[in-house]
Write a protein that binds this ligand. Structure first.
Ligand code: CP
Length: 348
C-alpha cells in the first residue's frame, strides 16, 4: 500500500477503504494517542491548516473531538451552522437567499482551507434515505480538498473507526471475537442508521463474528448487509442476523445495543414516511433494553459499547452504562485519536 494514497482523499465510508488502509489509520491513531498520553508535541503535523465543519445536526463528541484534534495538530477547525449561513443545498432543494448550492459552497471553501467535514441526516433532508449521503458526495465531487463524513444517513465512519480501535485495545485483536450490534428501544424514532451500519461494516472488515439483532421493522440497508457478508467471507469472520436480543447476546464478547429508526419512518420509496407507524413499532419493543439480566447472557469478560449519547433507562440500564463492563468513555476518547489520524493522513 502506498501511504501517499491517503493524501487529499475523501473519507466518506469505510467501504471506500481497504482493510490494509483502515489498519494504517488505526496504527496512526495509536501513535497519536501515545503522543497525546505523554504530552509529546505534535502540533507541527497540520500547522496552519483549516478544517471547515458544517453541522446540520447537533453534536457533542464529533464537534469537540474534531475541534480539539485540530488544535492539537496545530491547525484550526471552524464551526459552521447552516442556520447562520446560506445552508448548502442540492440542486432542486434551493430557497432564494436561505440556501446556496453545494457546488458553490464547496468551490469557495476549497480556496480557503484544507478539508471540509459535514454532518447531515434526518430532518434537514426530509428523512429521504440516501439524500444526506448524496449531499456529502456532491461536496466531494466539487471540492478538491478532502471531504470528511461526520455522520450522514448511511454512514458514520469516524465512529466505526473508534469502535474497532476500542475492540482491538480490549481484546488485542479481532479473531474469534463475537460482536453483537443490537437495536435497543428509545422513546425517539429520530435516529439514523449510520452507527449500526458502519459498526457492522467495520467489525466484519476486521474479521469478527458479527451478529446483527433487531426486531422486525428495523431492517438495515441491503447494500450494507451484502457488503458485510462479503467481508465475512473474505476475512474469515461470520455475519448473521437475529430477531432475538437474548439469543444474540449468548456468548457475546462485545454488545453494542443502540436505537435506530424503523423503516416506515423513511420517506418513500424506501419507507412510507409514516412516523406514527415507526413509533408503534418502537413502542411494541420496549423490552429491547440492555440490562444486567441480558449482560449475564454474554461472556463474563464481555464489554458494553455505545457511541453515545445513550438514552439511559431505555437503551441501557444505568448500572450497565456505569458498570465495570462498560467501555463507552474509552470509545468516546478514541474518536479524538482516530479522527486526528484521518486528518493527518488526508490533509497533509
Ligand atoms: N457518537 C457521536 O457521534 O456523538 P455526537 O452526536 O455527540 O457527535
Amino acid at each position: 500500500m502506498k501511504t501517499e494514497s491517503f493524501k487529499g482523499r475523501d473519507f466518506l465510508t469505510l467501504l471506500d477503504y481497504s482493510r490494509e488502509e483502515v489498519e494504517t489509520i488505526l496504527d496512526t491513531a495509536l501513535d497519536l494517542k501515545r503522543r497525546f498520553a505523554v504530552d509529546e508535541p505534535h502540533d507541527h503535523l497540520l500547522r496552519g491548516r483549516t478544517l471547515f465543519m458544517i453541522f446540520y445536526n447537533q453534536s457533542l463528541r464529533t464537534r469537540n473531538s474534531f475541534e480539539a484534534g485540530m488544535t492539537q495538530l496545530g491547525g484550526h477547525a471552524h464551526f459552521l451552522d447552516p442556520g447562520t449561513m446560506y445552508a448548502p443545498a442540492l440542486e432542486g432543494d434551493e430557497r432564494a437567499y436561505e440556501t446556496e448550492r453545494v457546488s458553490d459552497v464547496a468551490r469557495v471553501l476549497d480556496r480557503m482551507g484544507h478539508a471540509i467535514a459535514i454532518r447531515v441526516y434526518g430532518d434537514p433532508v426530509g428523512w429521504v434515505y440516501g439524500r444526506a449521503h448524496e449531499l456529502i458526495r456532491n461536496f466531494a465531487y466539487w471540492a478538491d480538498i478532502p471531504i470528511i463524513n461526520m455522520e450522514c444517513d448511511k454512514y458514520h465512519p469516524c465512529q466505526a473507526l473508534a469502535d474497532i480501535l476500542t475492540v482491538k485495545e480490549k481484546f488485542g485483536g479481532y479473531e474469534g471475537v463475537k460482536f453483537v450490534m443490537s437495536w435497543a428501544y428509545s422513546p425517539s424514532v429520530h435516529k439514523p442508521r449510520a452507527v449500526p451500519q458502519s459498526a457492522i461494516i467495520g467489525a466484519t472488515m476486521m474479521g469478527m463474528d458479527v451478529v446483527l439483532a433487531h426486531p422486525e421493522g428495523m431492517e438495515l440497508d441491503d447494500e450494507v448487509l451484502v457488503a458485510c457478508q462479503g467481508y465475512a467471507e473474505r476475512y474469515g469472520g461470520s455475519f448473521a442476523i437475529s430477531n432475538d436480543m437474548r439469543e444474540a447476546f449468548e456468548g457475546a464478547d462485545v454488545v453494542y445495543p443502540k436505537a435506530w429508526t424503523a423503516v416506515p419512518m423513511l420517506a418513500k420509496p424506501v419507507g412510507e414516511g409514516d412516523e406514527k407507524k415507526a413509533q408503534e413499532i418502537f413502542d411494541s419493543n420496549k423490552d429491547w433494553i440492555c440490562d444486567a439480566e441480558k449482560m449475564e447472557l454474554a461472556h463474563k469478560q464481555a464489554i458494553y459499547m455505545h457511541c453515545l449519547p445513550c438514552d439511559r433507562g431505555f437503551e441501557a440500564a444505568n448500572d450497565v452504562i456505569d458498570g465495570p463492563q462498560s467501555v463507552v468513555f474509552d470509545e468516546a476518547e478514541n474518536r479524538l485519536h482516530v479522527q486526528k489520524a484521518v486528518m493527518v493522513l488526508t490533509m497533509r
